[in-house]
Design a protein around this ligand. Structure first.
Ligand SMILES: NC(=O)c1ccc[n+]([C@@H]2O[C@H](COP(=O)([O-])OP(=O)(O)OC[C@H]3O[C@@H](n4cnc5c(N)ncnc54)[C@H](OP(=O)(O)O)[C@@H]3O)[C@@H](O)[C@H]2O)c1
Length: 318
């Protein structure tokens, strides 16, 4: 039986526009509306047994919401994670036309964002480089790496990276090489893995064996696992997911999550739910197991990483 837990990511809860493939029509996009919803989803998730919550400074007011929630609820058993490296610049402008977040993996950005994020201590357990890339050279930036090591020693944090794009395996390999006093700097890897993007399977299995924390993001391929006429190439996958969804009396989301739990067995999978109903449906993944034939069949729906990430980059923020 898989020991994978389900956590909650705040990417869809802290800012009015994100990659929302299925448009829910009646969402209140005011700051107050988002805050009320975020607190409700956080409280409901906690009541339903979720203890792991992931955020980033670029998730609009997500970090602020999590900070206020964490302070006011005072739960001693939650594990929070955040990141540094991206800044939210859309200023809560609905339909903002342009890049919503700006990447900067510099020591100045790390120090600036840490000053804010440290308010999540002591429940802050994992501190990550947000979307580490080869081209930003963050994995060879001595000032940044030394500072992360300092924070690790001082606060007992796990240090992690998150990765995206066609070079995920290469990025993880580079991260593994970062060592201080014969000890690897990185304890945690947050990686995109799902039915369609499985390129990191072998390296993640090795990392799990060596005791690293593996956190899966975009487990529902940003919502692309749900039947959608825009993505005709997934028709065979949709048919099979719906067949299993009937068999196990759960939604397609729970099947897609369970596939990751039974095949990869990561430490944690982040739900990207935008409301409590989605959290409840996602959590149904904990109540059944897929058999080997079903896992094999689901594995077969993988697509080339280049195609996957090309499509990912064309998804609209709304
Ligand atoms: N670079 C990084 O470090 C990075 C990047 C991405 C994500 N993350 C982390 O990973 C978390 C999860 O990723 P994600 O939110 O991008 O991707 P995801 O889990 O693949 O997709 C989430 C979307 O799936 C839809 N959904 C979920 N449950 C559903 C249900 N039961 N029925 C119908 N639709 C459902 C929702 O879409 P609608 O809102 O349209 O309904 C939701 O926004 C984030 O919150 C964040 O913490 C990190």
């Amino acid at each position: 039986m898989s020991h994978t837990k389900i956590g909650l990511g705040l990417a869809a809860l802290g800012r009015p526009d994100y990659i929302n493939i299925r448009l829910e029509q009646d969402v209140d996009k005011s700051i107050d509306g988002f805050k009320t919803n975020a607190f409700k989803v956080l409280d409901d998730s906690y009541a339903l047994g979720i203890r792991d919550f992931d955020v980033a400074p670029s998730y609009g007011l997500g970090e602020q919401f999590l900070f206020e929630w964490n302070n006011s609820r005072d739960h001693s058993d939650v594990n929070l994670s955040t990141k540094f490296g991206y800044t939210y610049v859309a200023n809560w402008e609905i339909g903002f036309n342009g890049k919503h977040e700006i990447k900067e993996h510099s020591i100045d950005k790390l120090n600036e964002q840490w000053e804010v994020s440290k308010a999540l201590l002591p429940n802050l357990k994992i501190y990550q480089i947000h979307s580490a890339t080869i081209d930003s050279a963050v994995l060879t930036n001595d000032a940044v790496l030394s500072r992360l090591n300092e924070l690790k020693q001082k606060h007992g944090l796990k240090i992690g990276i998150s990765s995206s794009g066609t070079e995920q395996v290469k990025i993880i390999e580079e991260a593994q090489k970062v060592v201080f006093n014969d000890r690897a700097l990185f304890d945690s890897y947050q990686v995109t893995f799902n039915l369609f993007e499985q390129s990191t399977f072998h390296i993640l299995k090795q990392l799990l064996v060596s005791g690293k924390t593996i956190i899966i993001k975009e487990a529902l391929a940003n919502g692309r696992v749900f039947r959608n006429s825009k993505f005709q190439e997934y028709e065979a996958a949709y048919k099979y997911l719906e067949k299993l969804s009937k068999k196990y009396s759960v939604g397609v989301d729970a099947i897609a999550l369970r596939f990751i739990m039974d095949y990869l067995e990561p430490t944690l999978i982040l739900s990207g739910a935008s409301n409590t109903n989605q959290v409840k449906q996602n959590l149904k993944a904990l109540n059944f197991e897929l058999n080997n034939d079903e896992i094999s069949k689901l594995k077969s729906f993988v697509v080339f990483p280049e195609n996957y990430w090309h499509e990912r980059s064309s998804l609209k923020w709304n």
